[in-house]
Ligand binder design. Structure first.
Ligand code: HEM
Length: 502
């Protein structure tokens, strides 16, 4: 036994040790893999990890997947990766921000870090490279924005002197627009209202900026205004022109689009430059400004004169045409899109249209047109406007931003000079905030007594927030909404100058 035992024992031991070794090896590999995965998860959870995102293909990255409705693609990715994620467009990494809290943390709490624009080729084309909307965040840009804002404010409905004037232009154009629409669809003819609506809106802004208006059949004016869509497509999120620069090297549709874009910007700038030169020539020293162009020229000349008490926030004279180009371009494009959306929504929801009409009939009557002072008595009309902005989110993603320093959003590391897309649509369609967000229901903005819920209204996001917020926003909101906004999540500070400017 002892011999047999002693004879078998080394064999058993050696076979056991082989099994043990194999098992040990297997366990070690499994443990190593598991540990590796765990460490990776831990590392990803660390505050300095980069935002997650989909796999980027060589050369094009995720560009092919973005498509025309970039906000919907971003919303799908946000459901998968969270509110802060990263894609790659060509060779350009882009961080996309979704939802109220990520956007607030970036654009409001870290305003100056998220206030830059990317160095895109298309941005340098706008307004001859001196654009306020597409320019880099700098001391020069701050002066340009401050000056544009204060001059615009002087011509807005918030200023008692100019309110009557602006209202007069708007009402005259509204009357003319209705007459054109009625005339053009006489006898039940098919009518696309796009062009008349754009002309009407551009005429209001032309009256404010240049003191003149154009006929609805003016071929030159119509040509100038017929490129809004191309413009938006080229500078908007997901445009290929700026992220695939090698496409400029040989003939292809992207290169053709870019060349057309350059031409349309030259035409637009020349149109405004001509107005500027005529104003400059005919401006009588000491006379009151006839329009916004005069006001800009006067403030620039005052600054240049260097006399005591001068307006140091004024523009340099060479920045005046570009700033007016931005204001005229940005306003006619967005406001006409807004008006066209209202027409679409009236057609799609006739019961809403009937209720808007009923309130107008009751408050204003049919003997006159509505005016700004009717606004507090038209809660359903205001609710309809807010719901239209929320539902359509017709500027779903802002102009691309860029970071000026290394930073973090929701714990994710975002380096300096990163391109940032801001998905406003995601805020306006967040089911946690808006019950049935895909339904169109103006009454969601009314409280039980039929008044506007100001806090809810101020959380609709369509003019963006932070240092790049639309400067036209201020001109369209009545003071009580401004008050509501001051206390809201999106306000930068309690100082309205700071909320809107720098
Ligand atoms: C319903 C109408 C409008 C909407 C929805 C709208 C929306 C926007 C948005 C989303 C931006 C980009 C903000 C960002 O990049 O974060 C913007 C910028 C801008 N908007 Fe508007 N806008 C409207 C009307 C106007 C009007 C009437 C004017 C001028 C009178 C105007 C002038 C500008 C300018 C100058 C900028 C550039 C601001 C900057 O980069 O600092 N907008 N707007």
């Amino acid at each position: 036994m002892a011999t047999s035992l002693s004879a078998d024992s080394p064999q058993q031991l050696s076979s056991l040790s082989t099994q043990q070794t194999t098992l040990l090896l297997l366990f070690s590999v499994l443990a190593a893999v598991h540990l590796g995965q765990w460490l990776l998860r831990q590392w990803q959870r660390k505050p300095w990890s980069s935002p997650p995102g989909p796999f980027p293909w060589p050369l094009i990255g995720n560009a092919a997947a973005v498509g025309q409705a970039s906000h919907l693609y971003f919303a799908r990715l946000a459901r998968r990766y969270g509110d802060v994620f990263q894609i790659r467009l060509g060779s350009c990494p882009v961080v996309v921000l979704n939802g109220e809290s990520a956007i607030h943390q970036a654009l409001v709490q870290q305003g100056s870090i998220f206030a830059d624009r990317p160095p895109f080729a298309s941005f340098r084309v706008v307004s001859g490279g001196r654009s306020l909307a597409f320019g880099h965040y700098s001391e020069h840009w701050k002066t340009q924005r401050r000056s544009a804002y204060s001059t615009m404010r002087a011509f807005s409905t918030r200023h008692p002197r100019s309110r009557g004037l602006l209202e007069g232009h708007a009402l005259a154009e509204a009357r003319e627009l209705v007459a054109v629409l009625v005339r053009r669809c006489a006898g039940g003819a098919f009518l696309d209202p796009t062009q008349p609506v754009i002309v009407a809106v551009a005429n209001v802004m032309s009256a404010v900026c240049f003191g003149c208006r154009y006929n609805h059949d003016d071929a030159e004016f119509l040509e100038l205004l017929s490129h809004n869509e191309e413009f938006g497509r080229t500078v908007g999120a997901g445009s290929l022109v700026d992220v695939l620069p090698w496409l400029q090297l040989f003939p292809n549709p992207v290169r053709t689009t870019f060349r057309k874009f350059e031409q349309l910007n030259r035409n637009f700038s020349n149109f405004v430059l001509d107005k500027f030169l005529r104003h400059h020539e005919s401006l009588v020293p000491g006379a009151a400004p006839r329009d916004m162009t005069d006001a800009f020229i006067l403030s620039a000349e005052k600054k240049a004169s260097g006399a005591p008490g001068d307006d140091s926030s004024g523009l340099d004279l060479e920045d005046v045409p570009a700033t007016i180009t931005d204001i005229f371009g940005a306003s006619q494009d967005t406001l006409s899109t807004a008006l066209l959306w209202l027409l679409i929504l009236f057609t799609r929801y006739p019961d809403v249209q009937a209720r808007v009409q009923a309130e107008l009939d009751q408050v204003v009557g049919r003997d006159r047109l509505p005016c700004m002072s009717d606004q507090p008595n038209l809660p359903y009309v205001m609710a309809f406007l807010y719901e239209s902005m929320r539902f359509s989110s017709f500027l779903p993603v802002t102009i691309p931003h860029a970071t000026t320093a290394n930073t973090f959003v929701l714990g994710y590391y975002i380096p300096k000079n990163t391109v940032v897309f801001v998905n406003q649509w995601s805020v306006n369609h967040d089911p946690a905030k808006w019950p049935n967000p895909e339904g169109f229901d103006p009454t969601r903005f009314l409280d039980k007594d039929g008044f506007i819920n100001k806090a809810l209204a101020s959380s609709v996001m369509i003019f963006s927030v932070g240092k790049r917020r639309c400067i036209g926003w201020h001109t369209k909101m009545s003071s009580h909404f401004l008050e509501a906004e001051r206390g809201s999540l999106f306000s930068d500070s309690t100082d309205p100058q700071e909320i809107l400017l720098l």
